[in-house]
Ligand binder design. Structure first.
Ligand SMILES: [Zn+2]
Length: 202
């Protein structure tokens, strides 16, 4: 297929879902149409959630948007969401160690007693205390409530008689959710999860 269409619409974003309907990526309308044409993807109608192959999508003329790709010969709606036919993974990357990401990983919950006491009453605890050589890292930091933090003090988990709900480790996240809010199309809302789920729970 020759894509000699108006540039602007082809450069619009198109959300890519994997076979399990998980948003994994954002591409351009140009690339989405190529994937559709090569039968690697189908278009998802964001209202009905019906899927269309190239021929079906080409005949479909109820695009709710003004996102039409036009040439002198043909007109086709610019896909807002496509679904890959074969790919079923969720690409993930190491998340940077930040206070905010740590809160996301630990679900805003004390990792010793499970209390959800509010962000202002949670602090970052070094599992192996810094005084004993513990690093500030994904493997050694967890959220702890005020009570557990003061119980633990400068001791190890075992010394303090506490137990971790789970062993801390680096989380993974998916790249789509790094997008700025302004880069989201409204119709994507039902396919994307709130920012809290940005970091894959393990
Ligand atoms: Zn606690």
């Amino acid at each position: 297929m020759k894509l000699a269409f108006a540039k602007s619409v082809l450069d619009h974003p198109s959300l890519v879902l994997n076979r399990s309907w998980i948003a994994i990526h954002v591409t351009t309308v140009r690339r989405a149409l190529c994937l559709l044409y090569s039968e690697a993807a189908v278009v998802v109608d964001t209202e009905s959630l019906q899927t269309f192959d190239f021929d079906g999508w080409f005949r479909w003329d109820r695009s709710p948007s003004d996102r039409w790709v036009r040439t002198p010969g043909i007109r086709i709606a610019a896909p807002e969401v496509i679904q890959l036919r074969a790919y079923n993974k969720v690409p993930a990357y190491d998340a940077p160690f930040t206070r905010r990401n740590l809160f996301e990983r630990d679900g805003h919950m004390c990792q010793y007693c499970g209390a959800r006491v509010g962000s202002d009453r949670l602090s970052i605890d070094h599992v192996t205390p810094r005084s004993k050589g513990g690093k500030t890292s994904w493997d050694n930091c967890v959220l702890a409530c005020v009570r557990c933090n003061s119980t633990k003090g400068d001791r190890t988990v075992r010394e303090a008689g506490l137990r971790l709900l789970r062993q801390p480790k680096p989380p993974r996240w998916t790249p789509y959710l790094n997008l700025k809010r302004s880069e989201h199309l409204e119709s994507w809302a039902k396919f994307t999860t709130p920012a809290r789920s940005r970091i894959a729970k393990s």
